[in-house]
Design a protein around this ligand. Structure first.
Ligand code: NZQ
Ligand code: ZN
Length: 393
């Protein structure tokens, strides 16, 4: 295990009616005027918005609403939010939604207190040691989809316009002070979004699991247990959308998969995420759907780097019986694809709506500039192109 510092101070407030604590939590974090940030309207339709407003009102916390966050959140609304927060002297950002709303909230929280352009801190893949954002307004999240893990992460991913460059910022200041996790809030998700969320949670574990670091039994076992749980719970939640136990498991797994408890002390990969972000930037597809296509293809491409680790993944996550390692590895990846397919998600460029002729542009936009992507198996431009070409066949 490598040396590490683990500091992940988000307060997770889990359970039925946990949103009733929102107003008090904002107060405890020092918030006196809130930006209430949300997406395209699902929270108004399903009543979550009204519940959060009731809690803020009861705690006598004034708020200003700003809706309209699109999946793959855009910089235009971030800039609008920054202006609004400065003008109205907002001192707390409350995100009610999924990864896109939370990431937009984080960008606004940072941009409001930063004298320059918030995009200065949103870096590309050629940046090896990104500067962490220095400060931000405090952020809280009321989560409505188990997926991105942004409710406990120190990252924000924004589509920078013009050009739709999907870029990330990082820094402890971006980690939410609290996250309200009411699994019942995810009952209204369309099946496609439930599936995308499960595949994203699984991917956050895969990015950490495939590592060159030796002797990391604790986090290996954490990753494997969470991956198995996500597979089982996703199938149950799709069969019965109001299965509280399955929704609970997905929601808590989503937070644990990405607050880095599973990644401490080990080198992590993140190549599949880097590649996927170019797909969701270009095609505006769901992040989980892009990962459903890219990650199994990445596995096929890099499996020879450490056959033993892939065989262990096959056995411990997908129950493949011990046999010849090469056969086990291929069977494990096949079962991973079968699970994704059973959730109704794409596995190929065609199913995703991506085009082979865009591959050179996707690779160019990734912007490696001679650097490599991923740390389990560092990839160059031509490796990325080959992975994408395999998705396009
Ligand atoms: O916009 P509304 O109307 O709310 O609808 C949303 C949206 O269309 C809908 N939805 C959410 N909760 C719902 C619901 N519909 C009905 N009932 C509910 N309870 O679901 C759609 C997708 O929402 P979105 O927030 O985009 O999903 P997700 O949580 O998957 O977030 C994806 C974004 O997070 C980024 C991705 O790149 C992508 O931009 N990521 C952020 C990370 C981070 N900050 O740490 C890490 C991830 O790897 C990821 O890259
Ligand atoms: Zn992800």
């Amino acid at each position: 295990m490598d040396s590490f510092e683990f500091y992940s101070p988000t307060r997770f407030v889990f359970g039925r009616e946990s949103e009733k604590k929102t107003g008090d939590l904002v107060r405890r974090c020092g918030g006196t005027k809130v930006l209430l940030h949300f997406g395209g309207g699902s929270v108004k339709v399903n009543g979550i918005y009204d519940k959060v407003v009731a809690s803020l009102t009861q705690a006598e916390v004034p708020f200003i609403p700003l809706g309209g966050v699109q999946p793959n959140p855009r910089s235009g609304l971030v800039r609008e939010g920054i202006d609004l927060c400065r003008r109205e002297k907002v001192d707390f950002i409350l995100a009610v939604g999924g990864g896109s709303v939370i990431d937009s909230a984080k960008a606004i929280a940072f941009g409001t207190v930063y004298a320059g352009d918030f995009a200065d801190y949103y870096f590309g893949k050629d940046v090896k040691a990104p500067k962490p954002v220095p400060a931000a307004l405090p952020i809280g999240a009321v989560l409505t989809i188990a997926a991105a893990g942004s409710e406990g992460s120190a990252n924000s991913i924004i589509n920078l316009e013009p050009g739709n460059l999907k870029r990330g910022a990082t820094g402890e200041a971006l980690r939410p002070k609290f996250a309200i996790l009411n699994p019942m809030f995810t009952y209204t998700l369309p099946p496609f979004q439930t599936a995308c969320g499960a595949v994203d949670i699984f991917a956050h574990l895969v990015e950490r699991y495939f590592t060159p670091t030796q002797d990391v039994m604790v986090s290996d076992e954490l990753c494997e247990g969470l991956m198995r749980s996500v597979v089982v719970a996703s199938v149950k939640a799709l069969a019965e959308p109001t299965d509280f136990a399955a929704r609970s498991d997905l929601m808590w797994a989503g937070s644990l998969a990405h607050n880095n408890v599973c990644g401490a002390g080990r080198v992590q990969d993140w190549a599949s995420h880097g590649i996927e972000h170019e797909l969701s930037a270009l095609y505006d597809c769901a992040h989980g759907a892009g990962l459903a296509v890219v990650m199994p293809a990445w596995m096929d491409y890099v499996k020879d780097t450490d056959l033993a680790r892939f065989a262990r993944f096959a056995e411990k996550v997908f129950g493949v019986a011990p046999a010849d390692k090469t056969l086990m590895v291929d069977e494990g990846i096949a079962r991973y694809r079968a699970w994704i397919h059973s959730l109704g998600l794409p596995l190929t460029f065609r199913e995703l709506g991506a085009k082979a002729e865009d591959i050179p542009a996707l690779v160019a936009k990734l912007g490696l500039n001679g650097n490599t992507l991923g740390r389990f198996r560092p990839l160059k431009d031509d490796d990325v192109a080959k992975i994408l070409e395999s998705c396009a066949r």
